[in-house]
Design a protein around this ligand. Structure first.
Ligand SMILES: Nc1ncnc2c1ncn2[C@@H]1O[C@H](COP(=O)(O)OP(=O)(O)OP(=O)(O)O)[C@@H](O)[C@H]1O
Length: 645
């Protein structure tokens, strides 16, 4: 009996010892793998990985599982890594789920053992200099793969077909060639293959993705690009196809992307090309005119469509205390409501409402109007509107269509007359991000915590990305992103307002007040693009991180040229000096803050082409906030905890 007991104890003890040994060995082998990478790849001096410190609690950018037995995530975007990743380094982290090394200077081949780590789910290696082929062995658990803006060549390996959980696939801005394999993705939601050298026809299985997913591949054809039949042979294409997408301001006149294949010049003389162009333009203009007249007629005759007109009974305008003082009696009979709007007042009610000035912006004065039944709305009284009635109404159609995203404040109604242009929005009692960050800095101030800031800016990023999505063939921009145009919803989310106003306003009004948010190319060439929106959003992120208002707000003492100031502080080394002191009190999320700073600095790159797109920015922020890493604890190993962000 005694012998039996001893034997059992011995077996149990050996089991425990060997289990412990295994655990230690596991973490040790992860440590060795990371040190192998770290010692072979030059990086920024701020990285603190050292043999003598505990890997799970001290190494920047490294996250372990809950039991601290293995490394599950590496997130070091923009950490200054230069050079190639050695084989048998990162590829040895056999429990790795998340690998984010975007915006570094990594180059050479991507070792084949990395993407095949069986547990790997999220990979973001965009904006490096990797070259060679995409490895053909990939983790079956991959959910997101972003290797865009590198120099990968060769064809797209058919292995993607087998990845049943793949939701994001971003391969744009590489040198990939050959035909696109006939994928039959089951879970893919986002696909971008643009700006490569792909050729042949787009497989049916993926032709539901937008034009922008395939643009910039001059030898690719079929929906949503040009019909393959319209394309003769690859050699008949003009070689001068624009290398990057053209972004137009949010304006109905913005030209659609040129979707027609450019045929070889040898087929036509200059005269025939000119004649065709002029004829084509004339025909198109006629067509647009006819369509527009039809649209207007339809709008006037029925109240379907996006806009509905309301003809109120006549009444006296309260000249003294409301915004209605300038409205002409004859023209005050048409307040256009957008479809789905539940308000039931008319222009007369609005003009009678008691009004309080919320502020004077660059486009005019904004009022909070309280109607007789107690409904509060916001009325923006525009001044210096550049366009006539028709263009204004066309623009309103566009605005009505894009204001259907939870992070974009919908325009509810508008009024246009010779002397008065009014816009009606919901009143947002939560105020603006500007007032939350800079308002009442004295006693009794409730500081805006990190989680709230992250939620708001992620919402704003999504809102802007939704504006940048192609609408009616137009590449739209916002043109005036700043913290006073970010309003806070009941759910404490960020919501962008003033959508679609920039193209209708005079240049003085659009240039004057928001200089601190303006991209260099706007100041120099007055060119508003989607990338200049990204710049403004980057300044907004810096404002959120530093608590400082960008230049352009008279009356705010700590105004600074934010991108310039932040760059000068962090040039040598990342430092807590840039962060808003309110963020340094209490629980301090340094790693997330540093990562947000990296994202912000990428957005405010001086050269527009070096800035990420808004979609990429959304993903980069979401990656910081993966559910697994929320609440700032280390992760559980359960796969179900890692959901699609
Ligand atoms: N729907 C709304 N609900 C609550 N407050 C709003 C609403 N729309 C605007 N505001 C607030 O009203 C004030 C004035 O806004 P306005 O848009 O006129 O100026 P601005 O945002 O400072 O500059 P700009 O005209 O360049 O956008 C700002 O503080 C803004 O945050």
């Amino acid at each position: 009996m005694k012998f039996q007991f001893r034997a059992v104890s011995f077996v149990l003890l050996s089991f425990i010892v060997s289990l412990f040994g295994l655990i230690v060995a596991d973490l040790n082998s992860d440590r060795q793998a990371l040190l192998e990478f770290f010692s072979n790849v030059p990086h920024a001096p701020r990285l603190n990985w050292s043999e003598s410190t505990p890997i799970c609690t001290s190494w920047a950018g490294v996250t372990c599982n809950q039991n601290e037995t293995s490394v599950i995530s590496i997130r070091l975007p923009g950490a200054g890594f230069q050079g190639s990743i050695p084989e048998n380094s990162l590829g040895k982290l056999d429990s790795l789920k998340i690998l984010s090394l975007h915006s570094n200077g990594l180059r050479g081949n991507l070792p084949s053992d990395i993407l095949s780590i069986p547990s790997l789910q999220y990979v973001n290696l965009q904006q490096n200099n990797f070259s060679g082929l995409i490895p053909s062995s990939l983790s079956p658990k991959l959910i997101a793969l972003d290797i865009s803006s590198n120099n990968f060549s060769g064809s797209i390996p058919p292995i993607f077909q087998n990845l049943s959980r793949l939701t994001w696939l971003y391969l744009q801005n590489n040198s990939l060639s050959g035909a696109i394999p006939d994928f039959n993705f089951t879970s893919l939601k986002y696909l971008n293959l643009s700006y490569n050298n792909l050729n042949g026809s787009i497989p049916k299985s993926i032709n539901k993705y937008p034009y922008t997913s395939f643009a910039g591949n001059s030898h690719l054809c079929g929906p949503p690009l040009n019909n393959c039949s319209a394309v003769s042979t690859p050699s008949s294409f003009s070689s001068s196809i624009s290398p990057s997408p053209v972004h137009q301001p949010l304006s109905p006149e913005a030209a659609p992307q040129n979707r027609s294949a450019t045929t070889s010049k040898s087929y036509f003389g200059l005269a025939s090309i000119l004649a065709l162009t002029i004829g084509g333009c004339a025909f198109l203009s006629l067509l647009v005119l006819v369509m527009f007249v039809c649209c207007l007629k339809k709008n006037k005759s029925q109240s379907s469509g996006i806009l509905t007109g309301k003809a109120p009974c006549s009444g006296k305008i309260e000249v003294s205390k409301s915004f209605g003082s300038g409205v002409q009696e004859v023209e005050k009979n048409r307040l256009f409501f957008f479809e789905g709007c539940s308000y039931s007042f008319d222009l007369e009610d609005l003009l009678k409402a008691s009004a309080e000035v919320l502020g004077k912006g660059s486009y005019g004065t904004t009022y909070r109007a309280v109607l007789e039944d107690g409904t509060a709305v916001v009325v923006k009284r525009l001044r210096e509107v550049l366009v006539g009635k028709k263009e204004f109404e066309q623009q309103m159609e566009v605005v009505g269509r894009i204001g259907r995203h939870p992070n974009v404040l919908p325009l509810r109604a508008f009024y246009f007359s010779k002397d008065e242009k009014l816009l009606v929005y919901d009143y947002m009692p939560g105020g603006s991000l500007f007032s939350l960050l800079h308002g009442n800095r004295g006693m009794g101030r409730a500081p805006l915590d990190w989680d709230s800031r992250m939620k708001i800016v992620l919402g704003v990023a999504k809102g802007i990305a939704s504006i940048h999505t192609e609408h009616m063939d137009l590449k739209l921009t916002h043109g005036n992103i700043k913290s006073s145009n970010v309003l806070i919803t009941q759910e404490h989310d960020g919501c962008i307002t003033d959508v679609g106003l920039t193209p209708m306003m005079t240049t003085q009004s659009t240039m004057s007040k928001a200089n601190g948010y303006r991209a260099p190319e706007i100041t120099e060439y007055r060119r508003i693009t989607q990338k200049s929106d990204v710049y403004s959003f980057g300044v907004l992120l810096l404002e959120m991180l530093t608590g400082k208002a960008p230049i352009g707000y008279p009356g705010y003492e700590d105004m600074v040229d934010l991108p310039r100031w932040v760059r000068s502080v962090v040039r040598e080394e990342w430092t807590a000096e840039v962060f808003d002191e309110e963020l340094l009190r209490g629980q301090y999320f340094e790693e997330e803050m540093v990562q947000m700073l990296q994202i912000a600095l990428a957005c405010v790159a001086k050269v527009a082409d070096n800035r990420p797109t808004m979609d990429e920015t959304v993903r980069n922020i979401e990656e910081i906030r993966l559910p697994e890493l929320n609440n700032h604890n280390t992760s559980s190993e359960s796969d179900s905890n890692l959901q699609t962000p």
